[in-house]
Ligand binder design. Structure first.
Ligand code: G6P
Ligand code: MG
Length: 226
């Protein structure tokens, strides 16, 4: 049985590009970010839950640290914060050191292949400064016509900068893009940028997305019913 994913017709007219977030959309690195932040929070004696972690998804490294410190009601100077963020990143990079193409989330490759075969341009829109390292480990780099990562933006999601830069690099209008996002902040960023947003994850969390899928599983471009 072919299951079509219904997208509003007016939204799908004229779609020329897909912009993918990385962590939690193409690969399950979100769990390693969580483990590394949890480890840091424990060192700081801050209670940090998996619910709290939702607030960190899609936001930059320093902003994530600020959220954790706010939860723990702790104020630190800038140098200490830079050191802590570096420490978290060292742990995170250690956790992801064994990533291989097997860690790409189910259905992602098929979806990317069918997207490209239909002439849709593809960009990455991620806050992560580790994006290039991860894409390389997963052998995904060549799928992307443009890569906008944490080294190329100054405003964190929900600011739409990362996606607007992606659209610009692909030479398409925001209204011609669909963004795939697993984070609340990322969904808001896409919407703030005037883009159609497909949430990847739970409908309870990604309430603002135009449509939510639990993953790509057997989703292909054709099944998006353009
Ligand atoms: C992504 C993740 C966030 C992460 C951010 C920065 O958006 O969802 O959890 O904090 O990137 O990642 P980085 O690898 O640069 O620390
Ligand atoms: Mg994400």
């Amino acid at each position: 049985m072919v299951v079509y994913i219904k997208i509003k017709e007016e939204a799908m007219q004229n779609i020329k590009a897909f912009i993918f977030d990385l962590d939690g959309v193409l690969v399950d690195t979100a769990k390693y970010h969580y483990l590394a932040w949890k480890r840091l929070a424990e060192e700081l004696n801050i209670e940090f839950s998996i619910q709290d972690n939702e607030r960190l998804k899609g936001v930059s490294r320093m902003q994530s640290l600020d959220i954790i410190l706010e939860i723990g009601n702790i104020t630190l100077n800038r140098d200490t914060k830079i050191q802590l963020a570096q420490k978290k990143n060292i742990w995170y990079v250690e956790y992801i050191s064994n990533l291989t193409p097997k860690d790409i989330l189910p259905g992602v490759i098929g979806f990317l292949e069918s997207t490209k075969a239909n002439g849709i341009k593809v960009a990455l829109g991620s806050a992560s400064k580790n994006s290039m390292l991860i894409l390389d480990k997963l052998n995904l780099t060549n799928y992307f016509d443009a890569i906008i990562d944490g080294t190329k933006v100054s405003k964190a999601k929900p600011n739409p900068e990362v996606f607007l830069k992606g659209a610009k690099a692909l030479k398409v209008l925001p209204s011609q893009c669909i963004v795939f996002e697993d984070a609340e902040a990322g969904v808001e960023a896409a919407i703030n940028g005037g883009m159609y947003c497909i949430g990847i994850g739970s409908k309870d969390i990604l309430k603002k997305a135009h449509l939510v899928l639990s993953g790509f599983y057997d989703i292909t471009f054709d099944k998006l019913k353009l």
